[in-house]
Design a protein around this ligand. Structure first.
Ligand code: ADP
Ligand code: MG
Length: 637
């Protein structure tokens, strides 16, 4: 049989990733070993899992293990496993492409300062394998798929340029060998102590043994005075199922190391939660609330879930069914005594046992956050800064817990100092006599929002307004009802703060009815309605949307994402107590078709656009009109 070597090009994104790994990641290079061990361990988990139902895959002669083989003469470091292995197609797909749809954002994040300074973050992106090229100029992968008895193995090889090769090779046992041809100045990874310390640091918790042949001098058996060299396989990792130990036997640093192993994060977690549930359902869980947001938490590819074990056997690495999506920052493990070992991902979706565990964990996370907010407020603020935007999604998606989640939310307001916040309860406690609703304003920064004309009447009446700066706020909070109180956007709908002013408003309506109609007719193409405003105090006018309509923040976001938003007409509100309208009215009474008035109407609309942070309809025409007014004014003086 002739063996053919097939040369293939990497996909563009893969090449870019490789380029980054080779040329810009310089610190913490040792994490390549963690990534390769983690892949080997995953491969063993998969094989182990299959072997529960397929006896062919079980091989009693070769217990599951990961073996590290340094070869000083060849200058290679090999990581072997007897896990699931890869077919040729697997290797081409898994090692040649990147399963990321948001590649552009992903590359941008990869190029960010954060990743450059902390390359250990790259494990989060599911490109761990490529980290081998930080230390190797050539990588050879030899693999054979478990269960594929009579077929050949495959060899994959690349020097991290544009291409890789694949070919058939003979391989007896199932599993994978990753052979790193180390770069000249990375040969230290062939030293026993270096390998030991990296394994200890990053992979101590891997359940499968990570072994290495260690050569020691021993006394000769016959002649004790003669030293002989013997090789012995030693296990380098402690292999503890830390979650099954007693809390009192685990140190904080052990807890933290396990977190780092699970999360690929490099900072300590904000909170550790470890408990055993007994009774209706029996399980143990150890989970963590991180202190730093992973870079990809808003990407579709972000892997949600806790690792699920059934009686100490790892069943599923990222089990989404165990965690609410709005708590997706939580990392950890669940070990259940009630689940069967052969449970599949699909079966878990509607499994009652899993549902119980999820409920218990959801409650515990929310309680933990509640305690943190009450007792460690500064720490909670930090957490909220990182994950508040994610947590908030729960108000929308977890109906039955929306109030408990609402208790955890914080907002700046028109009455808070910079960097301080209000909870919704604080807000309610400070509501004024006669105030029914919780008012909020959306925008892109606190400073900008505080200058908004939409707040004038609220400030005048000393009503507090919550400031919402996340793009999802309007959609989520606009529908929220907290303790019977509705949330109302100050930039949408009709606002009447003061019923006692009703008469005044009616009078003004009579007085200005005609001029409102005149403005409406002039601006028909742009506006749906022109009406008197209940929210303005000093500014002459503003633009508002109907209550149920989309928030301008959201509209901007969707537009920036390339979505087609149908143009819709808005409402121009004018301030009846502004002297401008009295003046306009006088002109109107004299000449119902006045050209000057038409110009004024156009200028009003442009001002309203400016006041909400948009551009005038026609900037050049606007500037011209203003100059004309200035000249006229100067001539009068
Ligand atoms: P991730 O582990 O997040 O999927 P990696 O870049 O580390 O990303 O690995 C890419 C893929 O290559 C893995 O998902 C797996 O399919 C395959 N792979 C890597 N190493 C092994 C191995 N030792 N045995 C079997 N498959 C492997
Ligand atoms: Mg990996």
């Amino acid at each position: 049989m002739t063996m053919t070597v097939k040369k293939m090009n990497f996909k563009t994104e893969t090449r870019q990733i490789l380029d980054l790994v080779v040329h810009s990641l310089y610190s913490h290079k040792e994490i390549f070993l963690r990534e390769l061990i983690s892949n080997a361990s995953d491969a063993i988990d998969k094989a182990h899992f299959l072997s529960l139902t397929d006896k062919e895959i079980l091989d009693d002669k070769n217990p599951w293990k990961i073996k590290i083989k340094p070869d000083k003469e060849a200058g290679t470091l090999t990581i072997c496993d007897n896990g699931i292995g890869m077919t040729k197609e697997d290797a081409i797909r898994e090692l040649g492409t990147i399963a990321h749809s948001g590649t552009k954002e992903f590359l941008a994040a990869m190029r960010s300062k954060e990743v450059k300074e902390n390359p250990e973050l790259i494990g989060q992106f599911g490109v761990g394998f490529y980290s081998s090229f930080m230390v190797a100029d050539k990588v050879t992968v030899i693999s054979k798929k478990a269960g594929a008895k009579d077929t050949k193995g495959i060899k994959w090889e690349s020097t991290a340029d544009d291409s890789f090769t694949v070919e058939d090779v003979d391989k007896e046992e199932k599993g994978t060998e990753i052979i790193l041809h180390l770069k000249e100045d990375e040969k230290k990874y062939l030293e026993e102590w270096e390998i030991r310390s990296v394994v200890k640091k990053y992979s101590d918790f891997i359940e499968h043994p990570i072994v290495m042949d260690i050569e020691r001098e021993e006394e000769g058996k016959i002649d004790k005075s003669k030293k002989v060299k013997v090789k012995k396989e030693e296990t380098l990792n402690a292999r503890k199922a830390i979650w099954l130990k007693n809390k009192s036997d685990i140190t904080e640093s052990e807890y933290n190391e396990f977190y780092k192993h699970l999360s690929h994060d490099f900072s300590d977690p904000a909170k550790i939660v470890h408990y055993k549930a007994e009774g209706a359902s029996e399980f143990t869980t150890l989970f963590y609330i991180p202190s730093i947001r992973p870079l990809d938490i808003f990407y579709k590819e972000y892997k949600i879930g806790l690792t699920l074990y059934a009686k100490r056997v790892k069943i599923i690495e990222y089990c989404e069914a165990l965690i609410q999506p709005y708590l997706r920052f939580v990392k950890g493990v669940v070990d259940s005594s009630d689940l069967p070992l052969n449970v599949s991902r699909e079966m878990l979706q509607n499994n009652r046992e899993v549902e119980k565990i999820k409920n218990s964990i959801t409650k515990k996370v929310l309680d933990t956050l509640g305690d943190m907010k009450k007792n460690e407020y500064d720490k909670y603020l930090k957490f909220y800064h990182e994950f508040g935007r994610v947590l908030k999604e729960g108000v929308h998606f977890d109906f039955s817990r929306r109030e408990s989640i609402g208790e955890l939310l914080l907002f700046p307001s028109t009455k808070t100092d910079k960097d301080s916040f209000r909870s919704i309860q604080d807000y309610i406690d400070g509501m004024k006599e006669g105030q029914e609703d919780i008012y909020y304003i959306t925008g892109s920064s606190r400073d900008e929002v505080l200058k908004s004309p939409y707040l004038e009447a609220f400030n005048d009446k000393d009503y507090e307004v919550l400031i919402m700066l996340d793009d999802v706020d309007d959609i989520i909070m606009g529908q929220f009802e907290f303790k019977g109180k509705k949330f109302k956007s100050v930039i949408k709908g009709d606002i009447t703060l003061d019923d006692s002013k009703k008469d005044e408003k009616e009078k003004a309506q009579k007085k200005y009815g005609k001029i409102l109609k005149f403005i409406k007719e002039r601006l028909e193409d742009d506006l749906k309605e022109v009406r008197l405003s209940g929210r303005l105090k000093d500014s002459p006018c503003c633009l508002v949307a109907e209550e149920g309509e989309m928030d301008p923040q959201m509209e901007k976001l969707l537009k920036s994402m390339g979505q087609n938003i149908p143009e819709r007409k808005r409402i121009l509100e004018i301030n009846p107590s502004h002297p401008l309208f009295e003046a306009m009215n006088v002109i109107f009474e004299k000449d119902k078709k006045s050209e000057v008035l038409k110009n004024y109407a156009d200028l009003l609309y442009d001002q309203a656009l400016l006041l909400e942070g948009s551009k005038p309809k026609d900037c050049a025409a606007f500037a011209k009109a203003i100059s004309k007014l200035m000249v006229e004014n100067a001539q009068q003086n």
